[in-house]
Each structure stands twice: as C-alpha cells, then as structure tokens.
Write a protein that binds this ligand. Structure first.
Ligand code: PHE
Length: 409
C-alpha cells in the first residue's frame, strides 16, 4: 500500500479504505457528533442495548509509529485495524449487525515518547475518542497509557509485551502475551532446540521492551542450566556496535539473544557476520518486519525469533485472515497486522456489549471479555488486563517465516 505523500502527523487519508471511511463519516454527518461521543461522554448510548437509537459513528484513536525506525510497526497495525473496521462497517450496512459505525483517527508518533504523549493527549482531549488502540512499542504504551488512565479512556495495546504496561491502571489492556513468557520461550528454544549451553545477550538499553526481555531471557536460560557468557547493551540510535560484538565474539557463545527492534537488529546481525560471529541469533517479536530481511540480507537468514503468529500457520482462522488482508493490501500480514486486527475486533465486541460508551463502563466490559477467537489465538482478558497466549518461534528463511515450534503458556 502506498504510504508516501503524507506529511503531517495526521494519517487519516493514508489509504483508499481510510478515504472511504472518511467519506461515510461525512455522509452521515458525524463530524459534529465527535464531541458528544467521546471518552467520558456518558450520554452516548452503546449499540444493541435496549432499542436505543444509534447515532453517528464511534471515533477510535490509534497512535502509532507510522514513520521512523519502527515505521512498519505502526503501518501494519493500522492496516490490520482498518481491515477490521471495514468488515464491521460493512456488516452494519448489510443489516447483520445493529449499531453504529466506526471511524478511526490515526496519529503518527514517529516512534518517539514525546510524540506519543502528544498524540494521545490530542486524541483524548481534542478529538474526544471513545477508546484508544496502541502503541506497539512498550515504552510508548507506557507514556500513552498514563494519559489514557488519567482521562479514563480505555486503551488496548495490540502488541506491547512489557509487563509494566497494563500495571498503569484499570483503563489499560493488551491482547498479546507478556515478556516474562516470551523470554522463557527464547531461552527454552535455545536450550532445547539449538542445544545451546553458552549464551550472549545484546540489548537496546533505550527501550524498556528490549531491556525487560533481555532480563527475562537471561533468567530463564540460567534456570534451565545455561550460562550467560556476556551481556552487552547498545543505544537505540547507535550506528556502531563493534565493541560490543568484539566482546561477544571473544566469549564464543553458542547463541546470541538479540531482543531489539528490527532496524537495529538487522544492522547488528550484518555487523556481527562481518566480524565473523557465526552463532545463531535468537530474537523476540520486535524483529517482526519485512524490513528485517531488506536491511539484514543474508546476515539474518537462518535466525529465529519468537512471535505472536506466522502467516504460514495451518489454521482456518489464519488462512482466512491472510487471504482477506492480501486482497485488501496486496501484502502478507505480519504479526502486528494480525494483532491490530484482533485488538480492534475485541474492542468492537466490548462496544456492542457495554451499557454505555463512558470510559468506566467500556473498560469494565473489556475486562470481562472471555474466549474471544482471534487470528493470534483465543483471548481472555485476565484480572491484570492481560492475555495469556501461546508463542510461535519462526525461522527467517528467504522471505518466509517458517513456524518451527509453538509454546503454550
Ligand atoms: N512487543 C514489542 C514491545 O512491547 C512490540 C512488538 C510486538 C513488535 C509485536 C513486533 C511485533 O515493545
């Protein structure tokens, strides 16, 4: 999909789909409704409740890295969300679903904490969104989540895995697994499948996600009888990690854990191969982007990472989603797209069930969702507002993400 040509922080016209949604919104005259359907706006009624007359569309806010070093995170998530919205709005047109349509306002945070804070503040205080979707990166969800909590607007992170994210408060939810589990999966895979005894760890000290996942993988690997021979850190924008890699080479590990985001991870693997490090790399979900291979080339082939799903999985739900997504956007959906789709659909279930669209009612309704069948697995929101789900370790293989092993929680 063409994402070029947008300049501002606003991404509303990012796709023809978005334009269609916007056109629908204009036709139904929802614009002036915005201020009355927003977050704390208790007067707006939910759909399907007691025969109340549905009014204009419900506005959802999405804050995302549409640009920057993690741009595919935001772009993929946004596409997944937009596909879910398109399907829901079409179902209403077809008369199969009572209720109000959904419109989406996506604001770009460029992967930066301050921009994420500004985006969420604007979505909540000016655009008066009913609920928030985002962020992908845990560090950004921690910023946005504080604001969502403060204004009592429910927020669902599709994919932030750091445990602290939902600890912010009762307005903040997620639909993905957590990094204590993910770290265990990486360690177990390295120990049992790669038969690794000695591990090196190289993490991004600027990202709470990366630091947390490094800690969890280290702890689990040691508990499983492995040894961590060296632990090294880099900064989010460090172009050169040769000093850290030299130490790793010297330590001669059987495996290198690299729990960072894809741009840095790919660059690091390139440098590592040049330096003669031949040990396999194992990453986490932060590698999940087509850019990993575009940037990393041969250096990333044969590496493994844990993820929320693989488009190659042999399940009817996954196959159906992959087909629809391909038809809409012409590309294969990554894990972010799948999680964005699941988060949006789960939110719609809550919107339909909630006694009102007020933040407190809606949050309580999200908290009660059980056995929601998503593309990335079945989701039950637990008392910590988290989801307990399985992970799949995939192998990077020339454009494919071959599922190698699935781990249940
Ligand atoms: N889990 C990562 C984080 O919390 C984000 C991510 C999820 C990245 C899924 C890629 C795929 O920061």
């Amino acid at each position: 999909m063409n994402l070029t040509g947008w300049r501002s922080r606003r991404v509303r016209s990012v796709s023809s789909l978005a334009l269609a949604v916007a056109a629908l919104a204009a036709v139904s005259g929802c614009e002036q409704k915005r201020n009355t359907t927003g977050g704390g706006g208790g007067t707006a009624t939910g759909t399907g409740t007691g025969g109340t007359v549905a009014t204009g569309p419900i506005l959802i806010g999405h804050y995302a890295s549409m640009t920057g070093a993690e741009a595919t995170f935001g772009q993929s998530t946004d596409q997944g969300i937009r596909l879910a919205i398109k399907e829901r709005n079409a179902a209403i047109d077809a008369g199969t679903l009572k209720g109000r349509k959904i419109t989406l306002s996506t604001l770009d945070d460029a992967g930066k904490p301050q921009d994420a804070g500004n985006a969420v503040t604007r979505l909540v205080t000016q655009e008066k969104v009913t609920a928030l979707l985002g962020e992908v990166a845990s560090g950004l969800s921690m910023v946005g989540g504080q604001i969502a909590q403060q204004y009592k607007v429910p927020m669902i992170s599709p994919s932030s895995t750091n445990p602290q994210v939902t600890q912010i408060g009762d307005m903040v939810f997620r639909v993905c697994f957590l990094d204590d589990f993910q770290g265990m999966v990486m360690a177990k895979f390295a120990r049992e499948e790669l038969k690794a005894q000695k591990a090196a760890i190289l993490f991004d000290q600027g990202q709470p996600y990366s630091k947390g996942l490094a800690d969890y993988a280290e702890k689990a690997f040691k508990e499983m009888g492995g040894t961590v021979v060296t632990r090294q850190a880099y900064g989010s924008s460090d172009p050169d990690v040769s000093a850290q890699l030299s130490s790793i080479k010297e330590a001669n590990p059987d495996v290198v854990f690299l729990p960072g985001y894809y741009t840095q991870a790919a660059n690091i693997m390139r440098q590592a191969r040049k330096l003669g490090i031949t040990a396999p790399f194992v990453g986490g979900d932060g590698w999940d982007s087509d850019k990993l291979e575009e940037i990393g080339g041969d250096a990333v082939q044969g590496s493994y990472y844990s993820n929320h799903y693989s488009p190659e999985e042999d399940s009817p739900v996954v196959k159906n989603f992959v087909a629809k997504y391909k038809a809409e956007f012409g590309s294969l959906p990554d894990g972010l797209a799948a999680l964005g789709y699941d988060a949006a659909n789960l939110l719609f279930v809550a919107l339909d069930k909630s006694p009102s669209l007020g933040g407190t009612d809606l949050a309580a309704t999200i908290a009660g969702i059980k056995d929601f069948v998503g593309v990335t697995g079945t989701i039950t929101i637990d008392p910590q507002r988290d989801a307990s789900k399985s992970a799949v370790v995939v192998k990077v293989d020339k454009g494919r993400r071959v599922p190698v092993k699935r781990y249940a929680p």
